[in-house]
Write a protein that binds this ligand. Sequence first.
Ligand code: NDP
Length: 484
Amino acid sequence: MAAKDVIIEKNYIDGQWVGGDGERLAAINPVSEQAIGHCIEASAEDVDAAVRAANNAFAPWSALSGKQRADYMRKMTAAIRGHLDDLVEMQMANCGKPRGEAKADIIGSIECIDYFADRAEELDARRQTPVDYDIPGYRSNTRLEPMGPVGFILPWNFPMKICAWKLGPALAAGCTVVIKPSEVTPFTDTFWGKAAEEAGLPPGVINVVNGRGAITGAALSEHPGLRKISFTGSTRTGKFIMKAAAEDVKNIGLELGGKSPILVFQDADLDLAARLATEGVFYNAGQCCNATCRLLVHESVEEPLAQKIIALSEAVVLGAPDSPGMTMGPLASKAQYDKVTGYQDIAREEGLTCRTGGDRAPGFDSGYFVQPSLYTNVPNASRLWNEEIFGPVLCLRTFTNEEEAITEANDTEYGLAASIVTEDDARAERVAARLEAGHIYTNVSVAIPPETSWGGFKQSGIGRELGPWGLAGFLEVKTVTSRG
Ligand code: NDP
């Protein structure tokens, strides 16, 4: 049976696909603006059943060796590979992504789970380690224990992939999970249930409950049967989740987006700088937490850089996935379209200088298409300079020296990522050391391999995903001290 026939209109609880009588929520194709399927909203009772299943599955799952869990995880990635074409089509239809970007999401999910399967195997040797100290009569061992059943609340910009960033380390650590996809993009995240089923995971290790944030998401974040909520989304919703988690002192992992600067110095390769700035803010139509949306450029190279960016922006071909020559799709939802076009209106009200774009895209009968835009000479009090837009909108300001560039770059409540473009290695190192962000890129695109870390300073969140830090986020440390 094809993946798409299984996962629509069902939640996956305790190893069963269950329909339930919850509200049918339409998932919209952002090109046609028509429903392409529905998910069934899980009620608080459904969430409770999923959390109970995760609790029941926890003891046997966490008692397996890391090697045994890794075997299951690799069977899951084999299942994903077996449905690759379907999954790419679903991602394109539901998100409006170009085929290459949709495929990168699914392949990235596979690579992430495989990476953490390797970490699960390593955990067998690391599970218990002696503490190195010398106090006569004492000896200690440190044990790493899985945190317990955990919940994920997921966004719509990279469905499946962001779940993999949480699921890989959680399963490797020995945790069981309840996943809530975004109701905007339910399909590929609901497929995690299908992957679990095909891999023969014990019932309850992975559960998927669809629904709106205020209903299903709130029931999950308030549930006392979970030890952690890992969330990716807006800072506003992250604050709700923190408050809900405070009630029973749940652990939290929050990835809350950003307003990432890209600093272009006077010695930069300007072709490279223009490519990195535009790629960084146009990928996924700008709906990226690490979008390079605040361009800080040395005043001496402002105009030549702006010209190159305008040329690259005007070469973007908007269109439906797979339409001839298309390089950028629509925004993922009506809500996001309203938000981004709302910022275009604010730019007009603020009197910003728009050098290209700045409007809804003409020539489409339907679809949430917006023009890629460049605003220059943007005052640092502008809402466009300070607020996360999550669209293909690049704002430019100039600086006169390195100190001013660093101060401006750090002058934000966010701190997720930052990019530096310079041919001077000593400068790159000096500036990277002083930027307040979780991931700094020098002269490269904003890629996120699973071996690195992901997460932010300040209001960009709490905790780190990926790498050894991601695994540590689902482990408790227990020290056993005895006479010795
Ligand atoms: P949200 O933060 O509201 O949504 C993210 C997830 O949280 C969704 O699954 C949502 O469910 C759920 N959610 C919403 N309210 C609650 C709640 N009270 N309790 C528990 N879960 C909840 O983001 P939006 O979709 O509204 O997007 C708004 C903005 O957020 C974007 O424009 C962008 O700036 C930022 N964002 C950042 C992301 C990142 O990668 N860091 C990703 C997505 C958005 P549902 O969708 O069903 O309402």
